[in-house]
Design a protein around this ligand. Sequence first.
Ligand code: ADE
Ligand code: ZN
Length: 353
Amino acid sequence: MAALPFIKFKEHSRMKDISIEKFIAGIPKAELHLHIEGTFEPELMFTIARRNNLKINYSNVDALKKAYRFNNLQEFLDIYYAGASVLIHEQDFYDLTWAYITKVNEQNVKHVEIFFDPQTHTNRGISFDVVINGIQRALIDGQRKLGISFRLIMCFLRHLDESSAFKTLEQALPYKKWISGVGLDSSEVGNPPSKFQKVFEKAIEEGFLTVAHAGEEGPSSYIWEAIDLLKVIRVDHGNRCLDDDILVKKLANLQIPLTLCPLSNLELKVVPDLKEHPLVKMMERNLLVTINSDDPAYFGGYMNENYLAVAQALHLSKKQIVQLAKNSFEASWLSKPEKQKIMLQIEEYFQNN
Ligand code: ADE
Ligand code: ZN
């Protein structure tokens, strides 16, 4: 018996030495900013294109991957929409979503709140039902087989007009039970949130929660519009809020979460270097920030790679990583008891690692 405390101490001290990489890999996390079309890995894209008898503009996977160099959001979006155009059948949407779920399962992601862009598909003649049935079926399988809980968020493409967004909202109504919220994505500059105020009013009337991409490339005024006009309860990106002191105070006071995407910001030249990423400045100002992957197949990393990249560039401590993991659940749409349960698990993980 006398040896037990000694063994325990040794064990404890050894475990405390785990690298930041392992610490990130093992901690439970939630992903709140993820475009399912942005998880389309080149290998799967070629497989699905082949079975649908479609041609991709690149001769092979390597040639396609070489094209993944972007100077801004629009250059990325052009390739992203082209890639999504090989998705035709319900099974294609299932396979896409299932590939993402199995990938994040390996990364200890326990909860996901994912975007889909119906207009990217309905504008090519694919029916709304085909898209949502494939995605939802894979998410349900992920919950049943892997225990990953989920919410689905339908995004309107902001480069399209208001009437197209209204039509999409109409198509979503029979699937209200499956769709928790609506969001706003695509080309930001020149397409302010105010363009969609009426659509979001109707969405709220119908019971959807609201989020919007704002302040990724666009100005801080777009974040104000997202909050004041679209009544968002979470801001996607929000990097540019730091330009406006009053806005920062508002976001901090109301604890409106920001879903940050570090590798996306780097690849789209929103930041020149991860060392200049605003994450830590935002944490110091008491903003409820989370780490997410956005479009992992295009930006070189899923959740753990995003956490690790900022941890290394900004020298994050384990305590800060724990804070980010806790924030990801706090900012999620899980219930209070679900949040409390996972917070305890994260705290226990911290104590043991
Ligand atoms: N759609 C997919 N990824 C996006 C991003 N980072 N910003 C805006 N729209 C997007
Ligand atoms: Zn995004």
